[in-house]
Design a protein around this ligand. Sequence first.
Ligand code: NDP
Ligand code: HSE
Length: 404
Amino acid sequence: MINIAVLGYGTIGSGVVEVIDRNNSSIDGKTGDNIRVKHVLDLRDFPGDRVESILVHDFDIILNDPEVKIVVEVMGGVEPAYTFVKKCLLAGKSVCTSNKELVAAHGPELIKIAKDKSINFLFEASVGGAIPIIRPLCSSLTADRILEIKGILNGTTNYILTQMDVEGWDFDRALSKAQELGYAERNPEADIEGYDACRKIAILSSLAFGKSVNYEDIYTEGISKITATDIKYAGKMDCKIKLLASSENIDGKYYAMVAPFLVKSSHPLSGVSGVFNAIFVKGSEIDDVMFYGSGAGKLPTACAVVADVVDAARHLNENIQTIWSEEGLELTGSENATRRFFVRVFGKRSECENRIKEEFGAVDFIEIPEDTDGFGFVTPALAEKSFDAHLANIPNVSGRIRFE
Ligand code: NDP
Ligand code: HSE
């Protein structure tokens, strides 16, 4: 019997208990032992719930229980998660978490403690929900040099953009539904402002490149400024708007960014809809591999957490090596990245057309019936810093979106 404890009985925590109950015999068969949830920690009581009799409010009961070998941390946030997780690891208990805030902020330190103690700190569910991406980066892809990671790493924002596009919902309705479905963070600003995707690309980049990428160094834009009209313009240009997170190693310089992009309908990422995520990894020898699946949600994410529990149970006194050095990786700014931009302007096209051509040369103008107050144009490919300099000379700009 291997006793585990679950910290946090919210969306994912209740999913973890449900998956272990529902798939009990298959999980035990794959573990080679019997996995039992001995304690669940939460702030609330759950009268009549399956966990009522094993619910505790005092973390020390779990910390001081020598029978608990594996702890699942699914409370979210940095504190008290960091303090609890560190204490568990120092007490010789393996930890499995879905908490990307914790992993992005303290991953290398917690990995090192686990290594020193010959136990495990596993975090497959912290990126991409149900999608296996951490394990492939740490094992299947270790023979190659990773050059680029690019993808849709946030289920809530992809769900919002899809519902706005396909169903014509407004932003607030789509966000409320994403919250109701259990996709969104407790503070959904983390989703819609891109911070969640930023932490995830920092985690993937750190694993891919072997040194710590500080998420605070990553240029990050969210989708809160994307409007229904932008989505109509995207349709007119045969594109979808997607929040993309990316990192690249170009000749030993490292770049990372999170921002909404216009993605042509012929691009594989344009077809990634709803809560689904997709991640491309480009290696110098393997070329592209793509990972795809549910990026958020109770049971898909819980399955990834429980798979980590199975792995930790199979390696109770043996560390599964994760290469993520505490040494920092310096990122280079993206001001020289060259791409096309879509720009929206308030006012009549005839009044600013010449000015726009003077600044940007041969642009493509776009007009749609839904935008009665303005028009759009697409620039030729140019560097970000040059684009910004020219854009500053155009009056009444109401928005801009990069082209993938
Ligand atoms: P929830 O808010 O639904 O659940 C968190 C639970 O932890 C709540 O029941 C909360 O109690 C409890 N909790 C918070 N602080 C404490 C504490 N100090 N002591 C005891 N219990 C506490 O969040 P989710 O389940 O959605 O997410 C959990 C983690 O998983 C987060 O890091 C999230 O980013 C990550 N994640 C979530 C996914 C999803 O689809 N939802 C997917 C992938 C990862 P109370 O409500 O009373 O405050
Ligand atoms: N809020 C996150 C998302 C949960 O929507 O992707 C999964 O990490």
